[in-house]
Design a protein around this ligand. Structure first.
Ligand SMILES: CC(C)(COP(=O)(O)OP(=O)(O)OC[C@H]1O[C@@H](n2cnc3c(N)ncnc32)[C@H](O)[C@@H]1OP(=O)(O)O)[C@@H](O)C(=O)NCCC(=O)NCCS
Length: 279
């Protein structure tokens, strides 16, 4: 009844339909990026030949991310997500990954727990509405020759070599990425991107709270009028305070989970995740 195959660009309408059905924020550009980043790690599940579910697994050195676990509403509770995630885990193991991580929704959590994932910490998705663009805020786009330093900082903070992701986001929209420096060294970075429902702030990381808040302000002021989301680890109390002070409210919660070797990361320095897609 159930078969799993690689996802291709012909499946973009399926991915978009499922992410919209779940109320998620991904655009076609996001799905295209997933296929570009990990062409062999994006999968579709078919039930009696009908494509009904997706997942995507990304290899970042020894760490893998599982994302986009989406099952059509009318095909749930048949074990499809469980089989898809097992398939994604096999893919990651074959690629030498020692830790698999993901950001689980409350619906996804029991599926992952049964597969041996353990909770690490929580993130809240916060939402605000921008009524009018802020005038005159200083925003200096990151220079291309400093992207590598941003990747290094991101790796220090997240414990994961996500350079491929950062480069990909930068190449798509260099004008939305900014960074803070201290004594000439990169001390933080932030960016935003358009989403289906809202502008999405993130990824963003900073070594100090003053830089973190200033970066998020700069990025927030660049977002167009309308809703804006940011996914913030609750351990980053300064970022939560920043969000409250800018009238953000909590929209939903995710649980970061892992299976395999624990990762050392610094959620108190993560000012916004990249979205549940890749932490
Ligand atoms: C979360 C989600 C992916 C689960 O998909 P699913 O295919 O229904 O998941 P499974 O069928 O593997 O497991 C779901 C439940 O069905 C049960 N189940 C599995 N096979 C079954 C069967 N043959 N008959 C009856 N129940 C079954 C499982 O035991 C599980 O029960 P539980 O939730 O009480 O623990 C789906 O609800 C979804 O797409 N949600 C929206 C997006 C989302 O939140 N994705 C998760 C991202 S982290």
């Amino acid at each position: 009844m159930l078969s799993i195959r690689r996802m291709g660009s012909d499946d973009l309408p399926l991915g978009l339909r499922l992410s919209a059905q779940a109320g998620w924020n991904q655009t076609e550009a996001d799905w295209r990026r997933f296929l570009r980043l990990e062409p062999d790690g994006c999968f579709v599940a078919q039930w009696a030949g009908e494509p009904v579910a997706t997942t995507a697994a990304f290899v970042f050195g020894p760490t893998g991310w599982i994302a986009m676990v989406l099952v059509d509403e009318s095909f749930r509770h048949r074990g499809i997500a469980s089989r898809l995630v097992e398939h994604a885990l096999d893919y990651l193991e074959r690629r030498g990954v020692r830790t698999a991580r993901l950001d689980a929704t409350p619906l996804g959590m029991p599926v992952y727990e049964r597969l041996g994932f353990l909770p690490e910490y929580s993130l809240v998705r916060v939402q605000a509405i921008i009524a009018a663009p802020a005038a005159g805020s200083a925003f200096v786009p990151l220079a291309a020759d400093r992207v590598e330093e941003v990747c290094e900082l991101d790796q220090q903070v997240t414990g994961t070599p996500r350079g491929r992701l950062i480069h990909s986001l930068y190449v798509e929209r260099p004008e939305v990425v900014t960074a803070a420096t201290s004594d000439g060294r990169i001390a933080g970075y932030a960016m935003w991107r358009p989403g289906r429902r809202a502008s999405q702030i993130g990824p963003a990381a900073a070594l100090g709270s003053r830089a973190g808040a200033a970066l998020l302000d700069q990025v927030l002021h660049r977002c167009p009028t309308g809703p804006v989301f940011a996914d913030i680890p609750t351990k980053n109390t300064r970022a939560i305070q920043w969000a409250e002070s800018r009238s953000f409210t909590v929209q939903r919660e995710f649980t970061r989970m892992y299976r395999g070797r624990p990762i050392t990361d610094f959620p108190q320095r993560i000012w916004a995740g990249s979205g549940p897609e890749k932490g």
